[in-house]
Design a protein around this ligand. Structure first.
Ligand code: SF4
Length: 251
């Protein structure tokens, strides 16, 4: 009886060890693939600067907050006038909501954005002496500031890494590359934070956002000309399907 229990314990321990080895192997493969993605995309996009125009730290927060669901070019057009009209966060805090709505109308979702912009500037002035906080925990308490905006601000303004920027482009490409089964940006962020060292968290976002905008489009990704097509599971499936459905030139 005692020998049998001993044998069962050994089998159990071996099972546990095998499982851990499999997980370790999987994680090493993901890490290696993530490094390959970075190396390939670095060659494609050697330079990255945030495309949003700003001079004062609070203006960066405002610009990122307004940038949801529209292009950086559109935001730059709007903020050029906006920051002249309201040169300080106090000025925006004092503005009427109706006027702010008109000022940012062309950015879309103008009612919610105007409310958040005024709320964010009011909180900056009343709770932070007009200074943009340098921690994720404090930043996400500002109205309209979620993890994405907070991570952009931490990376660009404070050179700090508390997370990875996961906007829709970055989340989509991360998912298509097979690093996460779930499409939710937070899941993508958590997964990549486990796979990559924090020194590469900013790089991941900078490279994937460019790739998502230029090649891996939401509706019709250009897998045929994508440098990641050899290591992208989604790309392989898409290319196979397209090859089957594209009529042969001689048929
Ligand atoms: S191969 Fe296609 S799906 Fe994969 S990253 Fe490139 S464009 Fe996106």
């Amino acid at each position: 009886m005692k020998r049998l229990r001993h044998k069962q314990e050994i089998i159990f321990l071996f099972g546990k060890l095998f499982k851990q080895l499999r997980l370790y192997n999987k994680s090493m493969k993901l890490q290696a693939r993530a490094q390959e993605v970075i190396t390939l995309l670095e060659k494609e996009y050697p330079v990255f600067e945030t495309a949003l125009d700003w001079e004062e730290p609070w203006q960066l927060v405002a610009a990122v907050l307004l940038s949801a669901q529209t292009t950086d070019e559109n935001i730059n057009r709007v903020t050029k006038t906006l920051f002249k009209k309201y040169p300080t966060p106090q000025a925006i805090a004092n503005a009427s909501i109706k006027e702010l709505e008109q000022d940012i109308y062309s950015t879309g979702y103008y009612k919610a954005k105007a409310k958040n912009l005024k709320g964010m500037c009011t909180a900056l002035v009343t709770e932070h002496n007009g200074v943009v906080p340098d921690s994720l925990a404090q930043l996400i308490t500002l109205p309209g500031v979620g993890r994405k905006t907070a991570n952009v601000v931490l990376h660009v303004l404070h050179d700090k890494r508390e997370g990875i920027v996961m906007d829709t482009h970055i989340a989509r490409v991360t998912h298509r590359l097979g690093f996460t089964k779930e499409k939710h940006p937070l899941k993508g962020e958590q997964t990549m934070m486990r796979i990559l060292p924090n020194t590469q968290w900013k790089e991941w976002g900078d490279l994937l956002i460019q790739h998502g905008r230029k090649v891996c489009h939401a509706r019709k990704p250009h897998c045929e000309k994508c440098v990641l097509s050899d290591i992208c599971p989604t790309g392989k499936t898409i290319l196979k399907t397209r090859a089957k459905t594209t009529p042969h030139p001689e048929s």
